[in-house]
Design a protein around this ligand. Structure first.
Ligand code: DQA
Length: 149
């Protein structure tokens, strides 16, 4: 079975409570539960990890070869706009990834409109709320050549 790693960065543990007008009312746990199910139906295993610490996310990305992960879905939160080390880690392991944002970062403050990851991502999904994770999962599934009935 192919493995997909779902990474969520700082403050995404607060989903549901945090600025619900921007990020919605669903918790990260409930979003992840749905995704794990969707992944199972696609014949994939989803491994989920959230951290508020940049180095923990870098460590998890570095562990990708040992975890047998073929694809990464990542919402880096605010690290999107600051983190050269996440970019370097993703390039370092060379596993394709999709960058996901719940909000439409292009309709918000100008500092959110630059990403250190987008130009090296397979694609970016932004502005569709929690559905964006599901879109990304289906895109990853297609990319990995899984059957979709
Ligand atoms: C976010 C957008 C980022 O700018 C912000 O810092 C987040 C969440 C999103 O999902 O819309 O923490 O990545």
């Amino acid at each position: 079975m192919k493995n997909i790693l779902l990474l969520n960065g700082p403050n995404l543990n607060l989903l549901g409570k945090r600025e619900p007008d921007i990020y919605g009312t669903e918790s990260l746990e409930s979003i992840t539960d749905v995704l794990v199910h969707e992944a199972e139906n696609l014949g994939l295993e989803l491994i989920s990890f959230q951290s508020n610490a940049e180095h923990e996310l870098v460590d998890k990305i570095q562990a990708v070869p040992d975890l047998g992960v073929q694809f990464i879905l990542i919402n880096p939160g605010a690290l999107t706009h600051t983190s050269v080390s996440l970019r370097d880690a993703l390039l370092g392991v060379g596993v394709p990834f999709i960058e996901v944002h719940l909000s439409n970062v292009y309709s918000r403050e100008s500092f959110r409109q630059h990403s250190y990851l987008s130009d090296v991502a397979l694609g970016v999904i932004t502005g569709f709320g929690s559905q964006g994770y599901s879109f990304a999962l289906h895109a990853a599934s297609r990319y990995l050549g899984q059957r979709e009935d």
